[in-house]
Design a protein around this ligand. Structure first.
Ligand code: NAP
Length: 322
């Protein structure tokens, strides 16, 4: 098979398109013929060698993918060859024509969901679900600000919040991003390039503040986020690219919580619950992954450059050929 391989950490150019042996499934493993692979910012941090947990070299990047089951191990009864599935994690990497997964990393892809959309679920939707529903414990009737509602996690968070009966505000940093956030069902959108957007959010809540902030860039926003929280408000930190100064008194006045998360910390039982919820939402149409850009698998370097640029519009995916 062909796969993207990384032999040394570095810039996007270290992503090489090479021939390699197609893996064979062990007893409880599933081999998936990848029809689309999701590109996440974390894969650029790993490729650059700057992430806390790094794989051994050489490796094939990617946790998220969707495709058709090619072969299953002897102990796998949940899937059979020909099933349409999405992956949330992989043993051998999804930036490849085939990916080997543990059976727990594979989930059924509903018939109304495309392979490209399937590649948007594993990290972005699971992260949005974990952040909003398990870490922030969002309840119907609460108000949430999705700070960064134009990207892969943000669009997922908006759809999940709407499906769960929240009042939803979102931000984006481009006109197209603001339009996209609106289309996902937000009750109001704000431009995070405008320094006064925090005051505008506050006004939109009638001065009460928001119950939850789902934060994609905490190093820029956290200090001001704390000032627009309602009493007992929660900020869930999903993304941060550096340090930030906060005033702890802002949390004291509100009995507010700052809750960090990374998806790999999710206990297996809670992860299984996340995917059960996501599959149900995909089936009933409340969750509809948005695909912003598609690149050929062999052009993974271009996709890595694109995912770190401003102006996000949903998910970036790799497809076998374009
Ligand atoms: P993405 O598709 O590239 O989206 C990035 C989002 O951040 C866009 O909506 C972007 O808006 C927004 N943004 C840019 N400047 C902002 C600002 N000043 N304030 C608020 N938002 C701003 O990336 P993604 O896949 O959604 O991931 C989002 C972040 O979460 C990344 O940092 C990623 O590494 C992290 N993440 C963490 C976990 C975890 O387990 N904790 C899991 C997945 C992702 P515009 O482009 O419209 O400006």
């Amino acid at each position: 098979m062909k796969a993207v391989r990384v032999h040394e950490f570095g810039g996007p150019e270290v992503l090489q398109w090479e021939d390699m042996e197609t893996p064979k499934p062990g007893p409880s493993e599933v081999l998936v013929w990848i029809h689309a692979a999701g590109v996440n910012p974390v894969e650029t941090y790993i490729r650059a060698g700057t992430y806390a947990r790094l794989p051994e070299l050489p490796y094939t990047p990617g946790n998220d993918g969707a495709g058709v089951v090619e072969q299953v191990g002897a102990d796998v009864t949940e899937f059979k060859a020909g099933d349409h599935v999405y992956t949330a994690g992989s043993l051998t990497g999804t930036y490849a024509e085939f990916a080997l997964c543990r059976k727990e990393q594979v989930h059924p892809l509903p018939a109304n969901v495309s392979f490209a959309q399937g590649a948007a679920i594993g990290t972005p939707y699971a992260t949005a679900y974990r952040g909003l529903l398990q870490r922030a414990v969002a309840k119907p009737g609460e108000t949430v600000l999705v700070h960064g509602a134009s990207g892969a996690v943000g669009t997922a968070a908006v759809q999940l919040a709407r499906a769960n009966g929240l009042r939803v505000f979102g931000t984006a940093g481009s006109d197209q991003g603001l339009k996209l956030a609106c289309e996902q069902g937000t009750h109001g959108v704000f431009d995070h390039r405008a320094p006064d957007h925090f005051e505008e959010v506050m006004k939109a809540t009638g001065g009460r503040g928001v119950d939850i902030i789902v934060e994609m860039l905490a190093n820029v926003n956290l200090g001001k986020d704390l000032k627009i929280l309602a009493k007992r408000g929660r900020v869930v930190i999903i993304g941060s690219r550096g340090p930030v100064e906060i005033n702890p008194r802002d949390t004291m006045q509100r009995d507010a919580d700052i809750r960090g998360m990374i998806l790999p910390n999710t206990p297996p039982v809670e992860m299984a619950s996340i995917h059960a919820g996501l599959v149900a939402g995909l089936e009933n149409g409340t969750l509809r992954p948005v695909i912003g850009k598609e690149f050929a698998l062999a052009e993974a370097a271009e996709a890595h450059r694109a995912v770190m640029k401003p102006g996000a519009l949903g998910k970036i995916v790799l497809v076998p050929s374009k």
